[in-house]
Design a protein around this ligand. Sequence first.
Ligand code: C2E
Ligand code: MG
Ligand code: MG
Length: 685
Amino acid sequence: MPYHPLDTEGDWFQQLFEASPDPTWIIEGNRFVECNAAAVRFLGYSCRDDLLNTHPSRLSPPRQPDGEDSYAKAERMMALALENGLHRFEWMHRKIDGSDFLAEVTLSAIHLEGRPIIYCVWRDITERKLTEALLMKSESRVKGILEGAADAIFIADRQGRYQYVNQQATRLLGYDHQTLIGMSILDLTPEEDHPDILLRFQELLEVGEMRSELRLTAADGRLIPVELNACILADGCCFGSCRDIRERKAAEENIHFMAHHDTLTGLLNRRSLTERLTQALATAKRDCHPLAVLFLDLDRFKATNDTLGHAAGDALLIEVGQRLNASIRSNDILGRLGGDEFVIVLAEIEDAPAAARIAEKILGTLGQPYTIDAHQVHITPSIGLAFFPTDGEDCETLMRHADTAMYHAKSQGRNNVQFFSSELDLFAMRRMRMEHDLREALAARSFELHYQPQIDAATRRIVGVEALVRWNTPNEGMVMPGEFIEIAEQSGLILPLGEWVIDEACRQLRAWHDRGYANVRMAVNLSALQLRSANLLSFVEATLLKYGMSGDQLELEITESMVMDNPNACIEKLRALRRMGIRLAIDDFGTGYSSLSNLRLMPIHTLKIDRSFVRHIESSSDDLVICTATIALAHNLGLQVVAEGVETPAQRDLLVGHGCDFLQGYLYSKPVDANTLLGLLGTTH
Ligand code: C2E
Ligand code: MG
Ligand code: MG
């Protein structure tokens, strides 16, 4: 009879044994001699007796998962339990329905009255095993994901040492896997960033997650900007993914640079220049020291740009920027407003003469020849100077006043420096008002043409008229061109105005022709801007066609300086006009600097001797020489000569005596309106 513990230990022990949720067995010899209800239920049996008196391997598949024979293994396990007192292992059981389950078996050996008894408890570990298996499976999946991730991923232990880094982390930093394991964030970041990083990680510990931008130091010492997303895992470890944001940073920097700088020269643009000037003014006010604003515009840059081409024009602007940069001190401010306009703020200047010295120096530096595309190019600046605090206390006023002074420098013959003055301001204000009024006048067609006859010296008949524009204003009456043409040129308004003049002059000539005066020619003044305009040729051609005129009935007057600014391009345009049959005259001849060789090349018909030489022709032998020489020169070149501003019969006689072809001046008629001129046509003078 086998030993039965329940016999001696009483009811309470039996109840405990029976009620245990874990299947429990008693083994004696190598047989189950007792089991509880859980054991019976577990294996799906209904009768306890079916289970007892069996070898433990009987309730199992023939082999265990490790391949060992179940009987042999059961024997071995029991032997170990008896030997060590306690033995725990996993065992695969088989239920009555044939299904298997894995249990953790604990065998405890007890010696009762010299007989070895084994107390055996099973715990079903299917669920645990399943979770483990799942975990193992998902860990490999997670690992796959981590390794394949585009971001560098780090898992650090509670001490911040990396336990895991993915391949991308080793690629990004250039360290091998082994080196990175055990490192911490502080080993991978520049020391000056550490205080900030420590603060951020403090925040991570408090909040559980954080996002931050930081710089990692790669193995080769390069700093790599990254965006770090980190969180604390359930076990206290830290999971962090770092995105390489070099490209984004570079794009951001580029955008930032472009927003603040002029893309061509790399100098500050208008916006940042204004910002910097405002800051500099605040400092100047606080420290009570003066400050100077230099407004700089290149002389005849447009002509240079047209001749050399835009790429060379750009190269010239870049070099001007570099020369300016080299001329100023580190806390001065330099910017390009656009086109050929530059501004320099001398932030720490002692006084006005010091600023003037710097401006003069810049004049010299920029005036040196430039070599662009193997060509020597000369260009000069006009510079205007305004002072803080005398000429203005805010950015806008100072810039405006320096601009006004720059315009003054232009009108003083360019290539010079001018200071702002309150008189200049008045002048500038008038100019601004006039520009506005001109614009309105153009829309309202408040202009009219007057005509001044040109007399043939031989026949004393009117052979042509010069159209001269006037501005009819409601308040100031008739305004003469001397007062508004320059402003119209500077503002570009001369283009529409000039087209109106050509159209109106041709319309008028057509009307006179229709009334029988078919031999009269029309002279029209052109401005430099018109001559440069791409539209000119087609516009003139269309206008001639519109009024049924031939080219030789129109004479266009240009000045020497217009041609000198850009001889090649200009001569090309003039040739095209000449091919259309149009006559060309050089106006105000003698007042500008002409090169005789250029004059020879120019496809012109007529020279107009300027009024200033005619005026004193009787009293000044110099003027007489100029007039007679001009006539001789013109005739030698096959050109005709018109003398302007002939006021007296004596002037006329001298000019005619020296062979002048045509005469124009108050002696014959002032410029008059179309009706009055009609009365003059056909008369002899
Ligand atoms: P300009 O082409 O040399 O015209 C001759 C100027 O001399 C005219 O002045 C005329 O009134 C003046 N004048 C003619 N004979 C005499 C004289 O015997 N004595 C004196 N003291 N003056 C005389 P105006 O009409 O004031 O024109 C001035 C300038 O304005 C013109 O000089 C021309 O350069 C420009 N201008 C006039 N109309 C136009 C135009 O339609 N387009 C352009 N671009 N410029 C124009
Ligand atoms: Mg003229
Ligand atoms: Mg003239």
